[in-house]
Each structure stands twice: as structure tokens, then as C-alpha cells.
Design a protein around this ligand. Structure first.
Ligand code: DQA
Length: 151
């Protein structure tokens, strides 16, 4: 009998513009946790589960698109993305995710559907495997938990 090696999951977490300011940016909406704390928590959860996790933040649409393209070369299996304000504006970022054809979960710290009308439209949700919005930093952890349990 041939025993197949268990493939290590390769997860990429992408954070869009202004999320580098988490912790000090409108904490009443986005919470007190810094991006570094969020990333370190996710890395620990993934590492403990035997998976690989890389995090990337950029304020530039170009860099975010290039990082998504790079996901093919670095053999990413799954993307967890908070496109931040680009959620509501970026067809280019949406097209990048459609092009690489990798499954992704869209995460928002705040509940975008309970906010201004311009935030209630997402260019990503119909392509996403699922959307978590309004559960603060826990949303990332729940998305990761799902990815880790998925076959
Ligand atoms: C956000 C919601 C967006 O509307 C906003 O532009 C952000 C963060 C969230 O995580 O709640 O920057 O994606």
C-alpha cells in the first residue's frame, strides 16, 4: 500500500490599505489589536496545526495585485483577504483573485452591511468562498480555523 504524504497547507493572509494602522485607527470601529498582533496570532494557530502562513499588507493596489499573482509561484493553497477600502472600489483586485483561481475568504473587522451605503457593496463577495464581517479580529481566526479544517 502506498502511503501518500500529507501536504502542508500554504495560507496567505492579505490586508489592504490603512490596516497597518490597526490599534490606533478608529478603535471603536476596528478594535485595539495591532496588525502585528493579529498576524502573530494567526501564525501561531497555523504553525500549531502544521500549516504554513504568510501575511502581507499594503496600501498600494499595485502591490496587492502583484502579491496575489505571486501566490501561484509560491504555491499558496488558500487566501484570507481583507481588501479594506478596495472592497468597495477595486475591480482590478477582484480580477487578480479571479485570475489566480485560488479559494479565498473575505474578512472585515466591522460589519460593512451596518455602515455607510458605499461600504455595503463588495466587489469580492460573490467570488469568495465565504464572507465574515463584523466579528473584529476574531473573524480572521474563524476564517483560518475553517481553512485548516477544510480538506
Ligand atoms: C474594513 C471595512 C472597509 O469599509 C474599510 O474601508 C476598511 C476596513 C473592515 O475590516 O471592517 O478599511 O474592510
Amino acid at each position: 500500500m502506498r502511503i501518500e504524504p500529507i501536504a502542508t497547507k500554504n495560507i496567505l493572509v492579505i490586508h489592504g490599505p490603512n490596516l497597518n494602522l490597526l490599534g490606533t485607527r478608529e478603535p471603536e470601529i476596528y478594535g485595539n489589536m495591532t496588525l502585528d498582533e493579529i498576524n502573530r496570532t494567526l501564525l501561531k494557530i497555523a504553525t500549531d496545526a502544521g500549516a504554513k502562513l504568510a501575511s502581507f499588507q499594503s496600501n498600494s493596489e499595485t502591490e496587492l495585485i502583484s502579491r496575489i499573482h505571486q501566490a501561484i509561484e509560491d504555491k499558496t493553497d488558500f487566501i484570507i483577504i481583507n481588501p479594506a477600502a478596495y472592497t468597495h472600489s477595486s475591480i482590478a483586485l477582484r480580477d487578480a483573485l479571479a485570475a489566480v483561481k485560488l479559494p479565498f475568504i473575505e474578512v472585515h473587522l466591522s460589519n460593512i452591511f451596518a455602515r455607510e451605503s458605499f461600504r455595503q457593496k463588495s466587489y469580492f463577495s460573490d467570488l469568495a468562498l465565504g464572507v465574515i464581517s463584523g466579528l473584529g479580529n476574531k473573524g480572521y481566526e474563524l476564517a483560518l480555523e475553517y481553512v485548516l479544517k477544510m480538506r
